[in-house]
Write a protein that binds this ligand. Structure first.
Ligand SMILES: [Mn+2]
Length: 450
C-alpha cells in the first residue's frame, strides 16, 4: 500500500488556515489504563492527528513548518527495557519513510527542533497538550483556535487514497452483511448476529467496529440506537443490522433490514418498499451543488406519499410536509458525512445554522454537496410508541395520522437502509455494494432455510 497522504493533508490544512508562515504542532493520543489497573483501554488515535500524520500508534507528535512545507514527525522513544514487552521499534529513518515525512525525531527533542525554526506563531488544536513546547511558546504567539476549522474543512474532501480505503472498508462490511443474510435463522440471538459480523470484519483486516453495531429484531428496531443486542430473533420479524468495520483508520456505516424468516410479511414488505423508494429517490438526486437538507426533504416527501398509499397518513402531501408529520416516523436525518469518524466532521461549516424545525433539527449536515464529499444515505421508517403517543395528543399532527392503521404496522418495528456514497463531478459513486432489493433479499433468505 502506498504511504498515507499525510503530507498532502498538512499542506491542504495549512492552505485553509490562510497563514503564510508559522508552525502547526499536533499531539497524538496516549494509551490509557483502566483505573487502579495496568490493563489498557483499546487505543483509538485522535482523528485529526491521524489525518495529519497517518500514525495510528500512541505517543507520537507532529509538526509542519508552513513557510517551507516541511513535515516533521516526533516518535516516542522506546527504551531497551520497554522493547522487551512491546518489541523493537522501527528506527527514526524507517518511521520517516513509512509516514512520508521530511524529518523524524524523538518526541523529547520536539521543543529544541521547533525552537530552531523560530516560528512567530504556533498553531495547535484546542484539545492538544502543549506542555512539551513551553520554551517555544514563550517566544511565539500561540493560536489554538484557527487550526480546528481548517483541518475539519480539509477532512470533508476525500482524496483518491481515502476513497479507496473507504471502498475496501465497505466491501468487507458488505460481504459480512451478506454472510449474515445467508446464515442467520429464526431463534438465533441478536448477539450472534453482532458477534458474527465483528468476527468477519476483523478476520478481513478491519481494526474494530466503526461504532457499536446494532442488531435489532422486530420491535427493537424502533429504538434508534439499540445496543443491547441480546434477544432471540422471531421468524415473523424483520432484523435491522446497522454495522460497519473500521479499516486503516476509515469508517464504513451500512444498514440492511431483512426478514428473519424466508420472506417478508405483507406489512413488513410495504414499509420496506417505501424506505427503498426513499433511498432510490435520494440517491438519484445526489449530485454536486445540491443541498443536503433538500435530500432530507425529498426522502420525507417520498415517505409521505408511500404512507398515504398505505392509509397510515391522510390528507394533503404538501400539508403533511408543512407540518413535518413524517418526522413522527423518521425521527433522524437522512444521513451524515463519513470518513475517519463515522459521524465525520464538517457537517455544519462556520456560519451554517441548525434548523429547530421538527423535521430538520436532527440533520447532521447542512451544506452544498460538492465532489469528494462522502455521505451516508440512510432513510428509515419506525413505529416508536412514545413519538406516536405524543402525536396522538397533538391535534396539529393527529389529524394526518390514522392510528388504527398504524396499529396494524406496529409489529414491523423499524426499517432502515444505509449506503455510503462519494459525490463526484457528475453525480455520486456508491461505495456500498450489498443486496437491498426485495426479490434479492428473499432469494438469499429462502436459501438460508434450505
Ligand atoms: Mn449512519
Amino acid at each position: 500500500m502506498s504511504a498515507y497522504p499525510a503530507k498532502q493533508h498538512l499542506a491542504r490544512t495549512a492552505a485553509n488556515l490562510g497563514a503564510a508562515a508559522g508552525v502547526i504542532y499536533l499531539r497524538g493520543g496516549e494509551t490509557l489504563v483502566h483505573p487502579d489497573s495496568d490493563t489498557e483501554y483499546d487505543f483509538h488515535q485522535d482523528s485529526n492527528f491521524f489525518y495529519l500524520s497517518g500514525v495510528r500508534e500512541p505517543g507520537f507528535a507532529a509538526a509542519y513548518d508552513i513557510g517551507s512545507g516541511t513535515a516533521i514527525l516526533f516518535a516516542p522513544h522506546v527504551s531497551a527495557d520497554e522493547a522487551v514487552w512491546v518489541g523493537a521499534p522501527p528506527s527514526l529513518d524507517e518511521l520517516r519513510a513509512t509516514y512520508g515525512f521530511d524529518q523524524a525525531h524523538y518526541a523529547h527533542d520536539a521543543a529544541a527542533v521547533l525552537a530552531a525554526l523560530r516560528p512567530a506563531t504556533v498553531f495547535t488544536l484546542p484539545h492538544h497538550r502543549v506542555d512539551a513546547l513551553a520554551d517555544v511558546l514563550r517566544a511565539a504567539a500561540h493560536d489554538a483556535e484557527r487550526l480546528l476549522p481548517a483541518v475539519h474543512e480539509a477532512r470533508v474532501f476525500k482524496d483518491d487514497a481515502e476513497i479507496e480505503i473507504m471502498r475496501r472498508a465497505n466491501r468487507i462490511s458488505a460481504d459480512a452483511h451478506v454472510a449474515l443474510m445467508r446464515e442467520i435463522r429464526a431463534g438465533a440471538s441478536e448477539a450472534a448476529v453482532r458477534g458474527r459480523f465483528v468476527g468477519l470484519v476483523l478476520a478481513a483486516g478491519c481494526s474494530y467496529e466503526a461504532y457499536g453495531s446494532i442488531a435489532a429484531g422486530g420491535r427493537n428496531a424502533a429504538v434508534l440506537h439499540y445496543t443491547k443486542n441480546n434477544q432471540p430473533l422471531a421468524a415473523a420479524d424483520l432484523v435491522l443490522v446497522d454495522a460497519g468495520g473500521s479499516l486503516d483508520g476509515y469508517a464504513s456505516d451500512i444498514t440492511r433490514t431483512w426478514p428473519v424468516g424466508p420472506a417478508f410479511t405483507p406489512e413488513c414488505r410495504a414499509i420496506y418498499q417505501i424506505v427503498l423508494d426513499m433511498q432510490r429517490a435520494v440517491l438519484a438526486a445526489c449530485a454536486p451543488h445540491r443541498q443536503w437538507r433538500d435530500m432530507h426533504l425529498l426522502a420525507n416527501r417520498v415517505a409521505a406519499e408511500g404512507l398515504l398509499r398505505l392509509g397510515i397518513l391522510r390528507g394533503d402531501v404538501d400539508q403533511i410536509m408543512d407540518h413535518h408529520v413524517v418526522a413522527c416516523f423518521m425521527p433522524h436525518g437522512i444521513g451524515h458525512l463519513i470518513g475517519i469518524d463515522t459521524h465525520d466532521v464538517g457537517g455544519y461549516p462556520p456560519g451554517a445554522a441548525r434548523s429547530d424545525k421538527p423535521g430538520l433539527r436532527y440533520l447532521r449536515a447542512s451544506r452544498e454537496m460538492l465532489p469528494r464529499m462522502a455521505f451516508t444515505v440512510e432513510p428509515g421508517l419506525y413505529f416508536v410508541d412514545a413519538i406516536l403517543a405524543d402525536a396522538k395528543s397533538d391535534p396539529a399532527l393527529a389529524r394526518f395520522i390514522d392510528f388504527d392503521v398504524v396499529a396494524a404496522y406496529r409489529s414491523v418495528g423499524g426499517v432502515r437502509i444505509e449506503d455510503n456514497i462519494v459525490i463526484t463531478e457528475s453525480g455520486h459513486d456508491n461505495l456500498t455494494v450489498c443486496p437491498k432489493e426485495i426479490a434479492d433479499l428473499e432469494a438469499i433468505r429462502a436459501a438460508a432455510y434450505q
